[in-house]
Every structure is written in C-alpha cells, then in structure tokens.
Design a protein around this ligand. Structure first.
Ligand code: SF4
Length: 173
C-alpha cells in the first residue's frame, strides 16, 4: 500500500528586537484561541519566549517585532532574512521604527546627552525600521499589532506556502 505524500508542517519563527515585546504577548494570546487548528499546519521552531531550545535553520515564515538599534541586530536580522522564505514585520516598531526610534528625533542637546549611552551600548547612530535593513514581505502595523489583521495575513501566508509545497510534491493543497 502506498501512502500519498503529505505537506510538511511549516516552520515558523518569532524574533524580537528593540521594543517592549507586546506583540509577542498578543501572539501568545492568539495561540490560546488558534493553536489547535494551527498546530496541524505549523511548528514553531524559534521563539525565545515560547521555547527553551531554538534552532537557526530554514524558516517558512519569520515574524519580526521591534526596531533595529545595533550592529548585532542588523547581523541577526540579515541572518534571519537569509533563512526565511517569507519575513513579516509585526507592530509599529518593526514597521515604522516608532516608538522605539524616538531618539532619532531628539534635538541636538538631547542627542548630546544620550551619546555616552549610544557609545556604551554600541548602538547604531539611528534606529531603523526592519525594511531599512532587509526585504519585508508583509507588514502587520499597530502598537501593539491588530490581532485580527495578524490572523488574516498569517493565514494567507500559510495557505500560500502550503500551496507552493503541495506543487513541489505534486499534490493538491
Ligand atoms: S509596536 Fe508598540 S506595542 Fe509593539 S513592541 Fe513597539 S512599542 Fe511595544
């Protein structure tokens, strides 16, 4: 007896950069409501707040919250982009830089006051939104993100990726 090939579960990751991490709390709340249906389709392979063991390997979808404030952030985000089939900026900090990027708009005196801290922590001269560093495939704006917009966009990405994988193995999604 031969078994029909199955679409594998999508590998999903969540990364937090410079922010208050409110979006991942909203995401955790959404898992309470949607995990039973989502766990048939996805596995979370990297999410610091949800797992103790995280892997840096190919991701089908990587969600990014927070602004990019240091060279280490740039390096990590660039690595994630290389591994991710789709990369989604989540929340205002990731989509626009603000409110985490408030220091970009400080006056000369304020900038002089904080310069010792910028130097001490090796921060970038200017805080960046995610799309200033890597290509972004979708954005879920809001501070924090709008849960229903997240579910709509995440579901569309999951279904599109499943359709691609189904085509690769010659079955219908
Ligand atoms: S977008 Fe708002 S809620 Fe989300 S991490 Fe930034 S400051 Fe926090």
């Amino acid at each position: 007896m031969t078994t029909e090939p199955q679409i594998r579960k999508l590998k999903v990751a969540w990364f937090s950069f410079s922010c208050c991490e409110d979006n991942v709390i909203v995401f955790s709340e959404l898992l309470n409501d949607h995990w039973l249906e989502w766990k048939k389709l996805i596995e979370i392979t990297n999410a610091r707040v949800l797992r103790t063991k995280n892997v840096m390997e190919d991701f089908d979808i990587a969600f990014i919250e927070g602004a990019i404030a240091s060279p280490k952030h740039v390096e990590k985000l660039t690595e994630v982009r290389k591994l991710a089939n789709k990369l989604v900026a989540v929340g205002a900090c990731a989509c626009t830089g603000m409110p985490s990027a408030q220091r970009n708009y400080f006056n000369v005196e304020q900038k002089a006051n904080i310069q010792p801290l910028v130097d001490k922590f090796g921060s970038l001269p200017k805080v960046l939104k995610v799309s200033e560093v890597v290509k972004v495939d979708a954005e879920v704006p809001g501070c924090p993100m709008d849960p229903s917009d997240f579910v709509t966009k995440a579901t569309a990405l999951i279904l599109a990726r499943r359709a691609e994988l189904a085509k690769e193995i010659g079955i219908s999604a």
